[in-house]
Every structure is written in C-alpha cells, then in structure tokens.
Design a protein around this ligand. Sequence first.
Ligand code: G
Ligand code: G
Ligand code: MN
Ligand code: NA
Length: 249
Amino acid sequence: MSLSWQISYGLTAQEFMVWCQPLIDGGSGGCCGIELLLRWHNPRQGWIPPDVFIPLAERQNLVAPLTRFVLMEAVRYLPRLPQRADFHIAINVAASHFHRQAIVDDLQKLWWPAAPLPGLIVELTERDALPVVDQEVVSRLRQLGVKVAIDDFGTGHSSLSYLKTLSPDVLKLDKMFTAAIGTDAINATVTEMVISLAQRLNIHLVAEGVETAEQASYLRQRGVDTLQGYYYARPMPLEAFPAWLAQHK
Ligand code: G
Ligand code: G
Ligand code: MN
Ligand code: NA
C-alpha cells in the first residue's frame, strides 16, 4: 500500500489524532492558547511523523481533508477549552488550501457555525508554495477575524518579502533561532533582529522551540509576546490539555 493511499485509509479508519501544544503569554506566563498538531499512528507502521506524511499529503491533495479533520476535532473539543476571546487556537494550513478560497469555505462550514469560538490563528506552513498564496484569500480571512501567522519565520521557506505581500498578524520565530540564544552568535543576532522587526512593524511575535529557562527569560526580557516549547509543555493529546491547564500556575 502506498503511503498516500494509507493517508486516505487512515482518515476513514480514524488513525489520525489531534494533539496540542500550549502557547504561553510572555508577560504573564499564563496559557494564552494552543497550537493543534496532527499525529498519526497506525497498526501497520506505528507512529508516522508529520514531517513525513504532511509533505506527501501536500503533493497528493490530501492536506485539505487532514486540515478539515483538525477543524472538526477542535470543534468537538471546544466545550472543554477556555471560552475567552483572548484564548487562541492555532492551526497549520498549507498554501494549497488557500487556492480558490477553499480554506474560507471550510471555515464557513466547520468553524463559524460552532460559536461561541476562541480566536483563530491560521499558520501558513507551506514548504515551497508560500509565494503563490492568494493575497485576497488572506485579506478575506482577516476580514473574518482570523489572524494570519507565518510559521518557521527566518528559515529558507519564509522570506522577508511576505511581510509586505501577506501583512501577517503573527510571526513564529523558527526554533533554530531560539536554540541559538547563548550558543550561536550569528543566529542569535538574527533572533534579536526578528524581535525588533516584529516590534517596529507591530506584528505579534511567537518564539518556538523554547527549551530552557535561559531562553525563556531572554525572550521575555525582550518583550516577545508568546512562547512555545518543551520548557513549558510538550505536545499532548487534546484530552490531556484541561488537566495540564488546571495545574499550570
Ligand atoms: O508536531 P511536529 O513538530 O512533529 O510537526 C512537524 C511538522 O508538521 C511541523 O512543520 C508542523 O507545522 C507540521 N504539522 C503538524 N500538524 C500539522 C497539520 O495539522 N497541518 C499541517 N499542514 N502541518 C502540520
Ligand atoms: O513547524 P511547526 O511550528 O508547525 O511545528 C512545530 C513542531 O516543533 C512540532 O512538531 C513540535 O512537536 C515541535 N516542537 C515544539 N516545541 C519544541 C521544542 O521546544 N523543541 C523542539 N526541538 N521541537 C519542538
Ligand atoms: Mn506551526
Ligand atoms: Na514552526
């Protein structure tokens, strides 16, 4: 069985799961949202990492069904999530899903009917097709109250030109630059520059891959809005999140 066939099969056989990782407010240290992350376990091969199946799904037009599954699971879990307007749910959306407004149509069908809703952040994760993301769809999402984030900011997949073409609300500093804090002078300089860039352009900045107390205090001292990483919490099943939240501070 080819892996792309297995993805379709896995969707119908309910082999996919939605996990989440908490987002931490840099000011208060409280949890201000979660990023949803797909996980796949099947009895034939065991755990298959998203780095393997997402690029394949993108090529085989299977990424939109996977994202719809993430949205449906999120909606199913809404009653167990904080019902505050400042609590945000971030989902990863591939650039191909922006084609012909498909993502807007899917949100229209699956997300907005579920009110009351937390804030929604769409993280643009496309590895190669960000340049073709339809700016009109991005503006449409923004009109509908969705925040648009550029994921893995600072890496080869994302470029400074997107600051203008996509006018993102949020930048997610790639974990490579968080890892550089205190260890790698060149990348740490990029970290500093992205922090001041986001502040000067008034774009919300999320630092990914925060693993140590040193990184966390460095980023918080410099006013980084949101932190995410193993230092605070590893990705966990959505089922485990309410208990984690209850014991976080
Ligand atoms: O969760 P993890 O660090 O293993 O994710 C690895 C990669 O898979 C990350 O780049 C992440 O953006 C991507 N990914 C995880 N879940 C999803 C998803 O639901 N949709 C898309 N498009 N990418 C995802
Ligand atoms: O590309 P994206 O940001 O969507 O994916 C986030 C990925 O980073 C997830 O696969 C998640 O498991 C992983 N991740 C989350 N926190 C940390 C961390 O602190 N360190 C490392 N190395 N990876 C992390
Ligand atoms: Mn992401
Ligand atoms: Na990322």
